[in-house]
Design a protein around this ligand. Structure first.
Ligand SMILES: [Zn+2]
Length: 473
């Protein structure tokens, strides 16, 4: 029989060949060979005649069950580990060593469900095929990962390829009058939920009931945009958060007051992304990338290293709205969003552990500014929550950016080099007052610059840093 191809071998491609000319059962009709290729690497070598064939109804059943997760579970793994899917398990096991058994069991279950629903190889019953993960990174991009290959592709292309493949299997089963075939085809036909609440539930990682509550609150405020692309912020918030608290945050995040995005913001965003790209291509480390963007932004606003950066003024000039809310969840300091029909916004939780103090608020705004300029719509979906499950590598850049923007490294280096023994506390206080940076942030920057200090001062900086860490920083 002839071979059918779907997609492109250079990105994501499949080649399918049926075994029998005519067949009447679900299994025999869908039996054949299928190879999958990612970035020109053959990852599923289901060769062809002479090798063992497989009933591909199993793949159609997999799509029927899990397509909705592939399509709407946007923005990465449920633990915020931020590594490619085939490395998640190992990264999670490291993390679980420091957690209670109850917490690690709960996380393990969430991770297993996540891995199963995004791994096409989980379709096979009783056979082990190499893993092939499809994860939608954001609204426009999918990450496709198999043994030794990890690529980002346009989501539309990945969706069309998988749709064409599933449709070919469904068409092949069309004449088969068996419950299994009919069920598989019916599930395939309804694979993608059209109901807005269900899409929101999948994107939030919460129940349908919760999604409806959030929707109801947002509708009361006459929103006119689709909610689910912003719901990733809810997935980054602690699981324990009440649906009322989530709704209070989501409504501010999603409800635009004015539809205009300032051209200054778009211009700076394009430049910030270029700076990030250059820094990454030079092989800089993650925190150095964040620092490079911060140094450039200080320059753009004409704020020399000797001056305090006016973060409120910068946000205002860029047309970034700040909305303050008061939600009883200290682990969430802020959220931000920027997407189609959603101008940039920061939602600040006045009860957040950092955002509740003036200097912590400045650092939180700086952190969100980085996401708005660099990450949203690229490495992150259209929203972010500064909270426990935000992707950690993306967070490292944003944190380093915020630290550098508020207290430049060069100032920390000069201070570290000059500080006399016994004067560290006074110096920290002076820098904190002048730059509007918290004691923690100043200590962190001094610690990063400690090699400039004398041996005695270095020890003082290290012990101050350790003391603050012990306080739970
Ligand atoms: Zn963040």
């Amino acid at each position: 029989m002839s071979r059918q191809s779907f997609g492109k071998a250079s990105s994501l491609g499949f080649v399918l060949q049926w075994e029998h000319d005519h067949a009447t059962s679900s299994v025999s009709a869908s039996r054949g060979w299928l190879s999958a290729t990612v970035a020109d690497v053959e990852v599923w070598p289901f060769g062809g005649p002479g090798t063992e064939s497989w009933p591909w109804i199993e793949l159609l059943e997999f799509f029927g069950r899990y397509w909705r997760y592939i399509e709407f579970e946007v923005g990465g793994d449920p633990l915020g580990l931020d590594v490619q899917p085939d490395l998640l398990r190992t990264a999670a096991e490291q993390r679980w060593r420091s957690l209670s058994e109850e917490d690690s069991d709960r996380e393990e279950e969430a991770l297993l469900v996540y891995l199963r629903s995004h791994n096409l190889a989980a379709a096979f019953r009783g056979a082990s095929a190499p893993a092939l993960y499809i994860v939608r990174r954001n609204v426009d991009t999918a990450q496709v990962t198999a043994d030794g290959v990890n690529v980002e592709l346009p989501w539309g292309e990945v969706r069309d390829t998988l749709t064409a493949l599933g449709a070919a299997i469904a068409a092949r089963l069309e004449p088969v009058r068996e419950p299994r075939s009919e069920n598989a085809r019916a599930q395939w036909a309804s694979r993608s939920p059209t109901e807005a609440s269900l899409r929101l539930a999948l994107a939030m990682g919460r129940s349908l009931e919760d999604a409806r509550r959030v929707e109801a609150v947002c509708e009361d405020k006459s929103r006119e945009i689709e909610l689910w692309p912003f719901a990733v912020a809810a997935r980054m918030a602690p699981e324990r958060m009440s649906v009322e608290a989530l709704a209070a945050l989501m409504v501010e995040l999603c409800r635009p007051d004015h539809p205009q995005v300032s051209s200054r913001f778009l211009e700076l965003r394009a430049n910030a992304q270029r700076i990030r790209g250059t820094a990454e291509s030079q092989g800089l480390r993650r925190y150095e990338v964040g620092q490079a963007v911060a140094r450039w932004l200080r320059h753009v606003f004409g704020t020399g290293p000797e001056l305090r950066f006016d973060i409120d003024q910068a946000l205002s000039e860029l047309g970034i709205e700040i909305r303050a809310v008061s939600v009883d969840e200290p682990a969430v300091d802020a959220l931000c969003a920027f997407g189609p029909s959603r101008p940039p916004v920061v939602v600040l939780n006045q009860r957040g552990v950092h955002a509740s103090s003036p200097n912590g608020r400045r650092a939180t705004l700086a952190h969100e500014l980085y996401h708005l300029l660099v990450d949203l719509g690229t490495t992150l979906p259209y929203a972010e929550a500064n909270s426990v499950r935000a992707p950690r590598f993306i967070e490292q850049r944003a944190r380093a950016f915020a630290a550098e923007l508020l207290l430049p490294r060069v100032v920390a280096e000069q201070t570290a080099a000059a500080v006399a023994v016994g004067q560290l506390t006074a110096e920290t206080r002076r820098l904190s007052a002048h730059y509007g940076a918290s004691r923690e942030l100043v200590t962190l920057q001094l610690y990063n610059a400690r090699e400039r200090a004398s041996a005695d001062a270095q020890r003082e900086i290290e012990s101050e840093y350790a003391a603050l860490r012990l306080q739970g920083d």
